[in-house]
Design a binder for this molecule. Structure first.
Ligand code: AHM
Ligand code: MG
Length: 336
């Protein structure tokens, strides 16, 4: 069977009426190439001496794994020479990385979480890379990009996606015209379109949450999960299933295909109603994909993509997936 490659797909998007700009196409190809390199590195595991701790901490006080650092460096190296970026930002870097003067610069801003689900690395379970693309504000042309230029709501993303390093490596991408999945053909080294127009069923009966945090949740969140667990006996009148992989990429990837809801809500341990996950590197790109696939994404109160960020590494509560379930939780939170 002859399949469409990622390059063909992107060129076709470029030729459409709402054309994908050529510079953005090149940027996405470079990100995809870096994800290919990360996939091979992840796949080597112990043989490549890439497992274990790097012995450093990131700005959020989390211990960095060797692979967090390797994947971050691969993305920086792959992207900084291309000529289409003004700067990039990463969950694993304290502040933004402005493209050095020895390279040409462009109007795009790239944000990413190089290895999402880091706690899975050393036990050979699924991890991924998440990325988001913004355009630098118009008044930034001719001056150096600053952190403030990145603080744009997720609705301004022009592209977002993730690579999932599971039994197969896949790239799932949206440029605002739906969600498309590409599987890495390891022999050819090519991304081939395998998942057209991915869409989330509105109704579902599967949830993903770290139940060990339940004592810290807000009461409406506890109510929602308790009602799911009470099955046919409870007010929902049906049985629910639970999955938690501790890798947002893997959980969202499942939900994009068979529906369900992913929750990492704000809990009482976090001040200012901030959750665990990062707005700019995790919630925004995944929220963009989920909406593009017909689902919904909120922090419980606000649409994720409407949130005006106030800091690069800002954290946020996350509720995303099948629209009906997200709406129900929003109702519980409003009436509490
Ligand atoms: P990471 O980017 O440092 O890996 O953290 C994000 C991950 C998500 O992928 C996942 O949903 C969550 O953290 C798991 O957290 P927990 O270990 O608290 O269940
Ligand atoms: Mg992450």
């Amino acid at each position: 069977m002859k399949r469409v490659t990622l390059t063909q797909f992107l060129i076709e998007q470029q030729r459409k009426e709402q054309a994908l700009p050529a510079q953005l196409r090149l940027l996405l190809e470079i990100v995809a190439r870096a994800c290919k390199a990360i996939s091979f590195t992840v796949g080597k595991g112990e043989l490549g001496d890439v497992l274990g701790s790097h012995g450093s901490e990131n700005i959020q006080g989390e211990v960095q794994k060797k692979l967090d650092v390797i994947a971050n460096d691969l993305l920086v190296e792959a992207n900084e020479w291309g000529g289409h970026l003004g700067a990039l930002a990463s969950e694993e870097m304290d502040t933004i990385h402005v493209i050095p003067n020895r390279y040409p610069k462009g109007e795009y801003l790239l944000l990413y979480d190089p290895i999402d689900g880091s706690s899975n690395i050393d036990v050979n379970l699924t991890v991924g890379t998440i990325f988001s693309v913004l355009v630098a504000p118009e008044d930034a042309s001719g001056r150096e990009i600053g952190e403030a230029d990145f603080l744009q709501p997720g609705s301004r993303q022009v592209a977002a996606g993730y690579a999932v390093y599971g039994p197969q490596t896949m790239l799932v991408l949206s440029v605002g015209t739906g969600v498309f999945g590409f599987t890495l053909d390891r022999e050819m080294g090519a991304w081939l379109l395998t998942h057209q127009n991915m869409s989330i069923p509105a109704v579902s009966s599967e949830f993903a949450i770290n139940m060990s945090n339940s004592r810290h949740w807000a009461p409406p969140m506890r109510r929602y999960i308790e009602e799911c667990i009470s099955g046919t006996e409870g007010p929902r009148g049906k049985d629910f299933n639970m999955r938690w992989t501790a890798s947002m990429v893997a959980d969202v990837h499942r939900i994009l295909q068979r529906g369900g809801i992913f929750l990492y809500p704000w809990d009482a341990r976090e001040p200012n109603r901030a959750g665990k996950l990062r707005l700019m590197y995790e919630a925004n790109p995944m929220g963009f994909l989920i909406e593009q696939a017909g689902g919904a994404a909120t922090d419980g109160q606000r649409r994720i993509l409407d949130i005006q960020p106030s800091a690069l590494h800002e954290r946020v509560g996350v509720v995303m997936g099948s629209r009906d379930e997200v709406d129900l939780i929003a109702t519980y939170l409003k009436t509490s």
